[in-house]
Write a protein that binds this ligand. Sequence first.
Ligand SMILES: NC(=O)c1ccc[n+]([C@@H]2O[C@H](COP(=O)([O-])OP(=O)(O)OC[C@H]3O[C@@H](n4cnc5c(N)ncnc54)[C@H](OP(=O)(O)O)[C@@H]3O)[C@@H](O)[C@H]2O)c1
Length: 231
Amino acid sequence: MNIVGKVVVITGASSGLGQATAHALAGAGAKVVVGARRLELLRTMCKDLGQPEEAAVQTDVTKPQDLEKLVKTAVDLYGRVDVLVNNAGYMTQGNLEEGRVSEWDTCIDINVKGVLYGVNAIVPYFKRQKSGQIINIGSVSGRVVYPGSVVYCASKFAVRAISEGLRQELKPYNVRVLNMSPGVIETEMEANVDVEPMPASAVANTIAYAIGQPENVDVNEIIMRPTLQES
Ligand SMILES: NC(=O)c1ccc[n+]([C@@H]2O[C@H](COP(=O)([O-])OP(=O)(O)OC[C@H]3O[C@@H](n4cnc5c(N)ncnc54)[C@H](OP(=O)(O)O)[C@@H]3O)[C@@H](O)[C@H]2O)c1
């Protein structure tokens, strides 16, 4: 697989899908540089995965300068950066009439602006290298609107728009862009769905599949759900 030796930056890597992705990719021979707010969890994971302690970087994706530092750490450590997985995410639930304004702000700040800040931090390197891959973790909620989950859905629809726009805009620089749209995954995030969730490792392995394709193969969209999830 085209993963060995690649330098992969992952946001929201302290739990759930981000953590599983770090495990899958490091296991396949990648060098992972991981960001999230809970630094101790990242440090422990890096130790477990045989990655240097400096590869754990305290990162709040609502702060553009944190993403710049995260990407720069990867370049300082390894001289290049090959993949960004924009994974950090936050779910808010409740009907719009409940007016949970501060939760809406958090959701948009993390899920939408966080992705944009990640893109902003990495694109200059990819343009210079004329190679790279951006994997945005969307959701089936970026394709279907569920009542009681409208703001989260809106944020993931935005992620899909950003992914498709990036795919087109970054063509001249040979950059690959994937919008990854999973259904319910077993993580710390509480989804309000009554089906057995997919293990995070299954989604992580699918991310590894997309990275592992030959450099001229750009896997743009993946949708995966638990078999019993209807929409
Ligand atoms: N679980 C599902 O059913 C499901 C389905 C489809 C898509 N997704 C998407 O998958 C992605 C990962 O979520 P998950 O299910 O693995 O949930 P999770 O276990 O709650 O993980 C979320 C991660 O995001 C990080 N994070 C949250 N706010 C952050 C911030 N401001 N800055 C940096 N990192 C932040 C958290 O780390 P810290 O708290 O340490 O910062 C944590 O590592 C999200 O984009 C989510 O929307 C999840």
